[in-house]
Design a protein. Sequence first.
Length: 317
Amino acid sequence: MGKVAAAGAGFVVVIMLFIGGGAVAVVQAVFGSSSSSASGVNCAPVGASASSAAGYGPQEMSNAATIVAVGKRMNVPERGWVIAVATALTESRLKNLNYGDRDSVGLFQQRPSQGWGTVAQIMDPAYSSEQFYRHLLALPNWQNMPVTVAAQTVQRSGFPGRYAKFEPAARQIVGAVQGATCTTSANTGGWTTPTSGTCTSRFGYRGSEFHKGLDIAAPIGTPILAANSGTVISSGPASGYGLWIRIQHGDGIVTIYGHNDHNLVREGQSVHAGQPIAAVGNRGASTGAHLHLQIEVNGQAVDPVEFYRQRGGQLCR
């Protein structure tokens, strides 16, 4: 199955689904919370039947609608929706399973032991969809890959050829639920958690040295996301950091991402919150794979955990 993905900040989502000109269901739910279990996001259209598309029933179509709606919110092109739905069809038949091979659960059969999140998080279809897309968007040239290749690269299935079997059904289902949309109202000022993992070294003194950031341990290759929208002011080698990225945001705020395995953005590029910008690495003065996240306000390093807490977010659990 897949590798590590980042947990998103909490927000409110409104999902609207139109199938075959039928009635509309509008459901509001809060998801992505670090303290709740599966959020119960529901996109089921009123009056949907088991023959809604490709022989799949209301619950399966609801989950497909969530996948598409989250893809739209993340500005993923339609081809990405097809890849995601084909993957969920392959892994779970679009059922939000609380069991699977080893510790795999959810629509995409993501594994907590591989860093996808907690069981409660993965069992939230919106959360698991977001994690799938984050990994997909981090793949260079993914839009030109065959569906089965892109899906296999993200999921690492033991049966890589099976994704292609579900591509026709995925296209039919995406066509049926393509009216699903999300609107969000962020409660974190747009600040997104840049990666998920274990917080191993926090802001403050480490012996006689002062650590200016937060270390989040995660496997090499784990996507690193832009914490907020801004402009890349540095992207490349840096003493001690190995390979880093610095992003200028508003209000004198700069975020720094260090020890990267490779970077996906260049100096001068505009980025948006949640955009994949790099991958976790072990370069520079590093003793293990992790992201060094550093936040500076008007040139002064501040505690990232406290910075997020003040904005309603959470970095370490």
